[in-house]
Structure formats: structure tokens, C-alpha cells
Design a protein around this ligand. Sequence first.
Ligand code: SAJ
Length: 476
Amino acid sequence: MTEKLDSILENRGPIKKIGVLGMGYVGIPAAALFANSEKFDHVLGFQRDSKSSGYKIKMLNNGESPLKGEEPGLEELLKKVVNEGKFECTPDFSKISELDAVTLAIQTPFSDPSSLLPDFSALTEGIHNVGKYLKEGMLVVLESTITPGTTDTLARQILEEESGLKAGEDFALAHAPERVMVGRLLKNIQEHDRIVGGIDEASTKRAVELYSPVLTKGKIIPMTARAAEVTKTAENTFRDLQIAAINQLALYCEAMSINVYDVRAGIDSLKGEGITRAILYPGAGVGGHCLTKDTYHLERGVTTSGGTLDYPEGMDSIFVLARKVNDFMPKHMFHLTKEALRRIDGEVKGSKIAILGWAFINDSDDARNPPSEPYRDLLINEGANVMVHDPHVLNYPGVVIMKDLDEVIKDADVVAILTGHSRYFDLEPSKIKKLTGKANTVIVDGRNVIDPDEYISNGFVYKGIGRGDKNEHPIV
Ligand code: SAJ
């Protein structure tokens, strides 16, 4: 039936007016870049005038970015397109009916990490809003990370029910997953290749027309909507799998009393046509809002696809196993802590433990799903007194995040490094020893930040992820 859609799109002519739902770290740069292209006449950013985020409307219409953190070029670009009258933010969703194309960049977080079920409520509300005002010949694109199958089932059903129109006949429908990293939003959108997947040929073609003008170095990679959904979830699943592989190797190296970094360097030296190894870094765990959930999107996608999966009977998916290995790492940090204290006849109960690093990633204030949280929970359940330092994270529910590192380390029995913030690479063993006032302080390095020998020679009891060569060192 794409001939019908082809002719409807032909009659409508090229895309000129665009709408973006979701003025967040994906939608705002996307809207600004669409507005900055001379291919398009006008862009509307749609933002609910809610208590929590209605303030963004005024800010954006003043050319100001409501996003936290540095985003090179974004404020200047927003001011430019607002002053040229090419972009405006509005809570009036009825204006969708005036547009040629609408994208939805709405978060799909977990309702709660244990359920591993995504909360699609905000996204489906957005899709209902689009459906209500959908007109023949429009293009609808989902940019959020979604379970494979969502575009051509859930989204399609809502849009058709609300509008009475048929996807693939009366309007075009596609998925073009975002691949942006905070701190480089504009650069990522322009320079990363863009996966564009329509529910049919005509939809894919129309979505390619929408995204091509904003790409500088990036190329368009067209495919079906479901292949696009699988690409997005699988690219993060593969990263999580690679991290789990080096985490498991680190545990093996500890058991075999060797240094995982020697092994890593050895493996990584094998380079050349198609024989290179993608070997990443072991650590105290995997946090964030991408790798911790996208595997489960992919798993749900295959189980709900209705297709027949041929896979070893009763065997866990290696992707889910990878998740479990990565989620074990904070517990391994706890085991290392316990073992180190035991070496000096100490125990977790009653000990003062300084956690250095709450953010899930180095030199960032992003504390979504931080590996430090399960580690802290285990310590507290065991009766430890825990203090947390982070130079960037300002606050976190139920946790006091200290800014004074000396105060956190003072009198500590254990210093544990959970995040590889640059700040921690300047730690001095002699200064820490003075602050703790102990002959033998335990130090547990979860991010390969310190030099073990410098601390061991200063009387520290050292444990490091993957450092089987040092973890049973003689205590000075
Ligand atoms: N981590 C390791 N070892 C590694 C790499 C990461 O333990 O070798 C841990 C980090 O400490 C962190 C977690 O994994 O806790 C995630 O780190 P990340 O570098 O993957 O950062 P994310 O979660 O922000 O991933 C994002 C993703 N980008 C998008 O979804 C658009 C991912 O696809 C990118 O590959 C990644 O950024 C990136 O490369 O920066």
C-alpha cells in the first residue's frame, strides 16, 4: 500500500514544518539543528506546561538551554534560531496538525530497576497527543530507546486509533534512535551515523528526507523500524557484554594471582585485519541509564516478537548473564573490602568506610543507577558507618554526598574508590595515612586509579579489581 502513501507525500511536497515532542537532552539539540537547516521553514518544540518542567518553555523561547552541564554550541544555536523566528517552544499540542513531521524524544526509564520493565507512560502520552492531531501525509518518528516491536505495534495502534488514519497508507511512521552523549549532543547528532527505520519503504524514505539535512560527517543507515529498534538496544547490549567479559576475566585473574592489566595489554596487542579484540576495562560495576536497561529491552523484544527462537534449552541469554556479571561487581567490591579487613583482624561491622565516587561515570555528575549504591547498601546492612564523597554529584535521595574529601577520609578504616574521577588520581598515600591515623588502612581500588606498590609500602592493605598479583601482598 506504500504507493498510496507515496502519492500522498508527493502531493504534500517536501518537509517544511517540524515538531519535536520532549524538550530534554535529546529533543532540544535535535529541534535546534532542524531549525538551523535552510531546508526547513519552522520548528516547534512541544513541552507540557507541567509543574516539574513547564519552566523550560519560557527559557527556550528566550534562547536559553534548560539542560544541566556544558553543551558546546547549544545556547548560541538556540539564540540564533529563536531570533530568526525558526524555532519556538509551545505547550499547545494542537499545533501538531500544522506540521509535516513530528519526532518524539521522550525518556523511557525503568519504572523501578528491579522490575526491569520500562515505563512507557510518558512516551505513550506523547504518541496519543500526536495521534489526536495527526493529519494525512504527516511523518511520525520515535527517537526514544524502545523495546523492539514498539514502533509497528504499540505506536502504530495508538496513532491509528486516535486519528482514524492508517500507518503506511495515510501517514509515515519510523524509528530513528538517538545516540547522543551528554556534553557532546550537537556533535553526536551531526557526526554519528543515523539509523533510520520505517515501517515500510515510503516511511523510511520520508524519514531519510527529515534527517539527511542535519548530518555533517554522519551517514544515514536505512533499515526497517524493527531492525532500527534492535540496532539501538543491541549496540548497548554489546557494550555491556564486552564490559562483562573483561570483568569476568578480572575475577579469573584475581583467582589465579595475576594482573588483569598485563593480560589485557597482551590480548589488545593482537591487531590487524579482523583479528582485533574489543577489550574494555574491568571495574566496580556498570551504571547509567543505557547499558543497565537496553539488554532487557532487547530480551523483551525477542520474547514478545511472536517469532520462534532457537536457543539452547533453559540456558540464560549471554546478554542477561553479562548483566548479572556486571551487577555482581559492586558485591565483589564488598567481598574485597571484607577480605582486606579480615587480614588485619577487622570486620565491616562498626568500621568507618569512605566511598570515593558516587557518579556512575568519571568526571560527571550523572548518578543514575550508580554501582556505588549497591556497594554502600551491602556495607550498611553489615553495620558499617559509611561516608560518601563525590566532587561533581550535588545530591542523591537518601545519601549525604560530601564535598570535603579530607573529612570523608578522616579516621576511616577503609577507603574505597568507586568512580574514576580525575580528582582521585592525585591522592597521596602519606596524606591519607595521616588522615586515617591508622597503621594499616584498607584501600579498595574499583577503577584502577592508584599504584598498588605506593600504598602497600605505606602500610595500606590493598585490594584492586583484577589485581591478583597484589591482592595477597605482605602487609608492611
Ligand atoms: N564501564 C566499565 N568499563 C568500561 C566502560 C564503561 O566498567 O570499559 C562502566 C562505566 O564505569 C559506567 C558504565 O560502564 O558505569 C557505562 O559507561 P559508558 O561509557 O557505556 O557510558 P553510558 O552508559 O553513558 O553509555 C553511552 C551510550 N550512548 C548512548 O546510548 C547514546 C553508549 O552507546 C556509548 O557507547 C557510551 O555512552 C560511550 O561510548 O560513551
